[in-house]
Design a protein around this ligand. Structure first.
Ligand code: G3I
Length: 391
């Protein structure tokens, strides 16, 4: 009964853009779950004190999810689940350049503003993602941004966006995915469009502008490929640490590192010493750590049975979080999406997936926003957090 009351009250507080009609639908949807409840777990065991955010906040952690603004508007279960389960949110795309910059002299803030209103009305922290990335640049970028004007484009963008949301953002991913060893540079920097016009300085320029725009947001360097014990990740970890040390030595305002955490079920590589050492080095530099894009790619699992796959995926969540949360500098766990229905792993052409006829089950909620084994693995991992360095 308590769980149902919690569901109703959070449904009634939905963000401004949801109409009364859709709120009613949302509530009916949740009650429908509860009554039809494909599992007893799904009906009663996930709300209120059993929610992800209750488990996380008991450990001083934020738990968040990336959300697509079109879904937040159109799927009541997306909004309900986000608000019921999470105390942090990040836009999956709405704060990227392509979305904010339809033209060189024009900003479009509708979706980003909506996310901020939603988050504030549900008392959720907001991660900003991102100021600088080699992807999702607008089509006009290539023939408009030059060596001569790039610095101004970059700082104007960060000042305009950062100031608009000043005081409202927990942390900004200021620079995303700047390391790519195969580009062949000794410092490992990716030859991204920003690198091509500004050289290595673009990173420092971006962090300094971000601090000026919003002095309270925690400024984050975010990257992938640091999770596993293998040669490729060893190299990436070393280069990322080298970059962050260089920034710190130059008094660049860097507060945190984001470990994307796109993980894999059936990976031949363990998660362990490499990740632990990386996190300890980041802590010693005075950085906070966020797990920013957690999900589990299960394309390689050699069986189709859903229950078996769900257990394998949950095992990865449990193993990964047990290792990552043993590091006291980890302050937030954010999944890259909410429901399997919309994970980026199922987007794009199916022929590019290893299992074109088998949509991935990668997130804590399935296609119908029912909790999967991964949901319970997350809660259990939060409960079991042990930062003593033992076990
Ligand atoms: O919004 C347009 C829509 O108007 C159009 O009809 C549709 C047709 O393809 O495209 C829509 O844009 C798509 C956008 O997602 C919003 O759904 C883009 O094509 C698509 O490329 C974009 O993909 C996103 C990708 O980043 C590139 O921005 C994924 O959803 C998002 O999950 C992914 O997220 C990245 C992180 O930012 C960084 N780390 C890796 C992670 C996964 O790739």
């Amino acid at each position: 009964m308590l769980a149902r009351r919690d569901s109703l009250s959070s449904g009634l507080k939905l963000g401004a853009r949801l109409t009364a009609g859709s709120v009613v639908e949302a509530l009916l949807g949740r009650e429908g779950h509860a009554l039809a409840g494909s599992s007893a777990k799904g009906a009663t065991a996930i709300l209120g004190r059993n929610s992800l955010k209750a488990h996380a906040s008991a450990q001083g952690l934020f738990v968040g999810a990336a959300v697509n603004l079109k879904l937040l508007r159109s799927e009541p279960n997306c909004a309900c689940t986000l608000a019921e389960q999470h105390n942090m949110v990040v836009a999956e795309s709405a704060m990227k350049w392509d979305h904010l910059r339809p033209a060189p002299d024009h900003f479009s803030f509708d979706e980003a503003d909506e996310l901020v209103v939603f988050a504030e009305s549900h008392k959720m922290e907001i991660r900003g993602h991102n100021f600088v990335w080699h992807e999702e640049l607008p089509a006009w970028f290539a023939n408009t941004v030059t060596k001569e004007n790039a610095r101004k484009f970059l700082t104007d963008h960060i000042m305009t966006v950062g100031r608009r949301y000043k005081g409202k953002i927990h942390s900004w991913d200021v620079v995303n995915e700047a390391i790519l060893p195969k580009d062949g540079r000794p410092d490992g920097l990716r030859k991204s469009p920003w690198f091509e016009v500004l050289g290595a300085d673009y990173i420092e320029i971006a962090f300094r502008a971000a601090r000026q725009a919003d002095p309270h947001a925690l400024l984050t360097y975010n990257d992938y490929g640091v999770e596993y014990d293998n040669e490729e990740n060893d190299q990436r970890r070393a280069l990322i640490l080298q970059l962050m040390r260089r920034l710190k030595a130059a008094n660049v305002p860097l507060d945190a590192v984001g470990i994307q955490s796109h993980s894999k079920a059936g990976s031949p590589y363990p998660i362990g010493k490499g990740l632990r050492d990386f996190m300890a080095s980041a802590r010693e530099m005075g950085l906070q750590i966020y797990l920013t894009e957690l999900d589990v790619n299960e394309d390689d699992l050699p069986f189709n049975d859903v229950a078996q796959r769900d257990r394998a995926v949950a095992d990865v969540y449990r193993d990964y979080l047990t290792t990552a949360l043993s590091e006291p500098a980890v302050k937030a766990v954010v999944t890259w999406g909410i429901s399997d229905r919309h994970t980026w792993l199922n987007n794009g052409p199916t022929h590019k997936r290893k299992q074109p006829n088998r949509p991935q089950r990668s997130l804590p909620f399935d296609d119908n926003y029912q909790p999967t084994d991964a949901f319970f693995a997350m809660g259990e991992s939060f409960d079991a957090r042990n930062t003593s360095g033992e076990g």
